[in-house]
Structures are given as C-alpha cells and as structure tokens.
Design a protein around this ligand. Structure first.
Ligand SMILES: *Cc1c(COP(=O)(O)O)cnc(C)c1O
Length: 425
C-alpha cells in the first residue's frame, strides 16, 4: 500500500516533533510492518478505520479491550448516561459497590474488589497486597510473562535500576521443577507466585497452562503461606466467565483484571479472597480517577452482557472456524503455519521464520486486503465479528498465502527484528 503522502505519514512527522520517538508504548516499538497505520480515526463493531480512510477487520481489538464491538450501543449509552450524572467526583457513586458485588458474584475466588485504571495498577497492587499480607519480600514469576509497565515489571530496562527488580525470582512457565526450585530459592521469604492464565508471551508460540503446574503453584502457596496471583488482565472473560484458572480447578488468592471489563472504557480491578482482605485494606492505593463513575456504569453493562449473552460461545466458535480455515489454506499453499493459544486469542507464526520475514509479509498482505492481524503478538476475537467476517478473513488469507508464495524466496530480512535471530528471544 502506498503511504508516501498519507495522513498517517504526515501525523507521524508531526508526532516526531512533539511525542518522544514519535510514539510511546505498544505502538512505539516500531516492530510492525512499515505499511501498518499508526493513527486511527474510527472504530465500529469489529472494524477500525485509519486516518486515511482504510477500514479493517480488527483482530487486535485494541490489544484486548474490545470484547463486544467498538461503540457498543448499550455499553456506551450507560457510559454517556452516567457522564450526565457525574463521573469524576469527590468520591465514588453507588456504582462502585454494585460493580464490586457483580464481580465478586461472577468470579469464584473473589470476595472483594479494588478498582483502578490500568492493568499495571492492578498487578502492582497485587504485589503490594501480597507483601503486606505475608510481610515478606520475594515474588516468583515466569520468564517472558508480561505483567505491565511499572518499574518492577516493565520488559525494557531503560530507566529502571537493579533494586526495582530486586526480590524477584524467575521460573519457566509450565515447568513444575523450575517453580519448585524458585520456591526453594525464596526460602522463608516468599510473598507471592504470579501466573499468567496461559503462556501468552510475544514472539513465541503460546501454550495452554499445564494443570499440574497450576495445582502445584496452589499447593506451594498453601505450604509457604504465600499468595497465588493470576494475572487475568489480558485473558479475563475470553476463556470463561470466571477467573481463567477456575477451568483447571485452581482458585488464586488475588486476580488482576483490566482491558475488556468495561469494553474499552478505562477501568481495571484487583479481586481478592477473604484471606487477603486485611492486607488489601492496609495498603494505601488510590488515583485521581479511580472512583470515576462512567466507566463503572460501562463495566456493569459489560458484565451483564457477559452473563446474559452467548458471546463466549460465539467467539469460541468463530475462533475455531478461523483456525480450521487457516490451517487448510496454509497447508494448501505449502506453509508450515502455527496457530497457538486459545481460538479466541490466537497467535500466528510461520515455520522456518526466525526473523519473522514471512510473518511480516503475510501481515502486510492481509492489511492490504482489509484485515488487521499482528505478526508476533496474540490477537483477540470480539463478539461483533460474524461468520461472514471470518470467511472474508479466510479469503484474504488465501490470497495472502498466495502472494507470500511468490515473494518468499526474495524476502529481505526484517532489520528491526534482527535481535530475534540474534537469540535475544
Ligand atoms: C496489558 C496487560 C497488563 C497491563 O495492563 P495495562 O492496562 O496496559 O496497564 C498486565 N498484565 C497482562 C497479562 C496484560 O496483558
């Protein structure tokens, strides 16, 4: 797609002057194909439109928040109604209690809720609550697992100091022996074990949680008195209408949520069991916008849709349709194409593609055909998608595999991903 004089290019140039690096955060990394737009104008249902007017079926769903469709009429009406009543006030409205009641009724392990704005707020509060509860320092988490962008967990070291990461022990996800070794290393100073609901790291295949790993994490917490934290910020309500590890019969003490719980409106939450209630009451946590009422109204409506609609069954079926269709088309084109993770949160990687040059080419070809996919991060399905959308994406994929086939021998290495083949993965 020619973007030389596009509005997107113009905005990038202007951003260079007033936004450090031209962009920050998950769009800043510059690790997407060059033809991927940086700036968007509009979202409707399952689609996004960039500033140049190109409309795409969006398999990123805002990196998770879009669960029921952009601009969902009922959710946004609840939000707007509450804006008219009051949003950021001196204290919360009754909605805060109602939302806490709704969440604790839906999430088995949860007896209480503390609301915040970002997933990072919730994971960081989990860390503090666990340390307050145990009066211990060490936390165990899996290598490569994302828990947010605070100094204790941010994936890039710039601006952090060694002590920000002190008292953390890393294990390998799904590896019981490495988890046990980490617990042994923590000795009598273990405050918490953090766990992603499944392995959803970037750049590598996703993996389902091994039930033996989840059960052992629970046992080790029970034996040591440490708290078990499941970070459901990304996967929450896309696998089950409860904490994700409830599917394995494992209940954590704390779980962090965000992204989709108000369908894109800014709110996140730490949920906890009675065991951790006193510690959660003792830590001082707050923010200027944490009592905002309008996102809570949106959250209540989102939770109602989660409880009362078959959204989960539908996105699960759509995910299966997408996966089966892609397997068939990739096979027909002769590509080894790996689709990992749950069907509602798929990740695509090509075989023999260490620097992702095939993945980048495929993603660009899909974009050209109106489908926004990601070459190395997990994607998301939303309930606004239809069978026709999935079938359209499969048609685009068939053509994109064909286009990739004609280019594959001449593809240049993706310079900006050289670190991947250098073994930094
Ligand atoms: C996105 C994410 C976070 C951080 O949430 P923010 O709202 O971006 O601060 C934490 N944990 C996981 C698993 C996430 O995917």
């Amino acid at each position: 797609m020619s973007r030389a004089n596009s509005r997107d290019r113009q905005l990038r140039e202007r951003a260079e002057a007033v936004i450090p690096g031209g962009m920050f955060g998950h769009q800043s990394v510059g690790l997407l194909p060059d033809d991927y737009p940086q700036f968007f104008a509009h979202g409707d249902g399952a689609h996004i439109t960039d500033v140049d007017g190109n409309r795409y079926l969006d398999f990123m769903c805002a990196y998770g928040p879009n669960l029921f469709g952009y601009g969902h009429p009922d959710i946004d009406a609840a939000f707007v109604r509450q804006l008219g009543q009051g949003d950021t006030l001196t204290g919360p409205t009754a909605l805060m209690v109602e939302l806490a009641e709704a969440l604790t009724a839906m999430v088995t392990h949860a007896d209480w809720a503390i609301f915040c704005k970002n997933g990072t707020d919730a994971t960081t509060m989990a860390l503090s609550a666990a340390r307050a509860h145990t009066r211990r320092k060490k936390v165990i988490r899996a290598k490569g697992a994302y828990h947010g962008a605070a100094p204790w967990c941010v994936p890039r070291p710039a601006g952090t100091i060694d002590t920000d990461r002190a008292n953390q022990i890393f294990c390998d996800y799904n590896d019981v022996a490495s988890l046990e070794a980490a617990v042994a290393e923590a000795g009598d100073d273990l405050a918490a074990i953090f766990a992603a609901p499944f392995k959803h790291d970037a750049f590598i295949d996703q993996a389902d949680p091994d039930p033996a790993y989840a059960k052992r994490a629970r046992e080790l917490c029970d034996q040591t008195g440490a708290l078990l934290v499941v970070d459901d910020v990304r996967a929450g309500f896309r696998l089950v209408r409860d904490c994700s590890w409830s599917r394995l019969g494992v209940q954590p003490d704390l779980s962090s949520w965000g992204k989709c719980i108000a369908n894109g409106h800014p709110i996140s939450v730490l949920l906890g069991s009675n065991k951790a209630r006193k510690a959660a009451a003792a830590i001082y946590v707050t923010g200027s916008f944490w009592y905002q009422a309008a996102p809570m109204a949106a959250g209540l409506e989102t939770l109602r849709l989660i409880r009362e609609t078959d959204y989960l069954e539908r996105i699960t079926t759509l995910g299966e349709r997408l996966r089966a269709g892609l397997t068939e088309r990739a096979g027909a084109a002769g590509f080894g194409f790996r689709q990992t993770g749950p069907g509602t949160m798929p990740l695509f990687l090509f075989d023999d593609d260490p620097d992702l040059r095939k993945g980048f080419c495929f993603a660009s070809e899909m974009l050209e055909r109106g489908v926004y996919v990601h070459p190395w991060h997990n994607m998301f399905l939303c309930a606004a998608m239809t069978e026709a959308d999935i079938d359209g994406a499969l048609d685009a994929a068939e053509a994109s595999f064909g286009a990739l086939k004609t280019q594959v021998r001449d593809l240049a290495p993706v310079e900006k991903l050289a670190f991947l083949s250098a073994g930094a993965r």
